[in-house]
Design a protein around this ligand. Sequence first.
Ligand SMILES: Cc1ncc(COP(=O)(O)O)c(C=O)c1O
Length: 417
Amino acid sequence: MATGEQSPLDVERVREDFPILDREVGDGVPLVYFDNAATTQTPNEVIDTFGDYYRGYNANVHRGIHQLSQEASIAYEEAHDRLAEFVGASGEREEMIFTKNTTEAANLVAYAWGLNELGEGDEIVLTEMEHHSTLVTWQQMAKRTGAEVKYIRVDPEDGSLDMEHAKELIGPDTAMVSVVHVSNVLGTVNPLSELADMAHEHDALIFGDGAQAVPNRPVDVEDLDVDFYAFSGHKMAGPTGVGGLYGKKAILEEMEPFMYGGEMIRRVTYEDSSWNDLPWKYEAGTPLIAEGIAFAVAADYLDDLGLKNIRAHEERVTAEAYDRLSRIDGLEIYGPREDEERAGLVSFNLDGVHAHDLSSILNDHGVAIRAGDHCTQPLHQKMDIAASVRASFYLYNTVEELDALVEGIESAKDIFA
Ligand SMILES: Cc1ncc(COP(=O)(O)O)c(C=O)c1O
């Protein structure tokens, strides 16, 4: 979407759902929250779910036949169906495991599948723009199993994935392809379904990191044809402490459990144990009950606004941000160029000003952004920068809020001139 176009969202109304946006920071300046790629804010409906649960039907799930336990179990189980539907998984709850976050989802697959299936001669293909949550996980799993990690090149000029290189790397020795759907640094949207086809051609599996995709665009795991797909509640207007892992049913049935203990078993003797049905086989111990229920409320909230509308709104704010930031002398923007597809974030550096100093000055202007390596140290090394500043937008941000960002950057320039 180009700058100047009308947003499909009634943003002023939407903002009323997020009480935190009314607060002031520092010396009484209004908060401008542009750190959404790290964690999004939470609407009243999601916050209220916790009060309703703890005041009304707090009980352990799957264990009791008393009414509270039944109410909690139904809500918790239906939350799985809801999240499965949200990402297009027709297998409903059997294909949707609740984890702590995207990181735990990646570790679940690495331990449950990787530890058993990988060995000498196997290759794990990642991209150079992976988040540490998958990069470190697969790197360490390779060390344990004797497998080798290979990285699909990223073009440093426009942040795109080198698909010719992907074709070279994904081959008969590939066992797993793990790809970030939307880069949390560059804003690049990767061609996941094309990569899934390449992986499947060689009987490899593909893991999609959807942490930055599910919050802001319609995702259909069956259209993408990914084998696993992970995302986090706290990046999509939901609570912290809960994430989703989609897995194809046939694969989840075959895989070993990740953690052992209560809830995940069917029958236990002193000698041996057998496993519960999906998805409970992968949810050992008392799960994140209130968080899981609130996760589904967040999905409802986003669906009510419409994922297409959310994406269009974000594109509008991002296009405006790109336009205004690119007119600032000495400011370098990373990732896709102006006319290329970009998710709702802009990472940059200001010549002569360290990212942390810029972040601190922006904080004085009420602007919350992120400075650092954004859990992508190898990508920053490749781009030959120590750190970057990232402004990331969500459904409640306005183009007017960009004034504070630009003013803050201009004042940093004055201070460091
Ligand atoms: C692309 C990407 N993948 C994975 C993660 C990890 O998410 P979490 O910290 O919720 O596990 C993040 C978080 O910033 C991310 O941006």
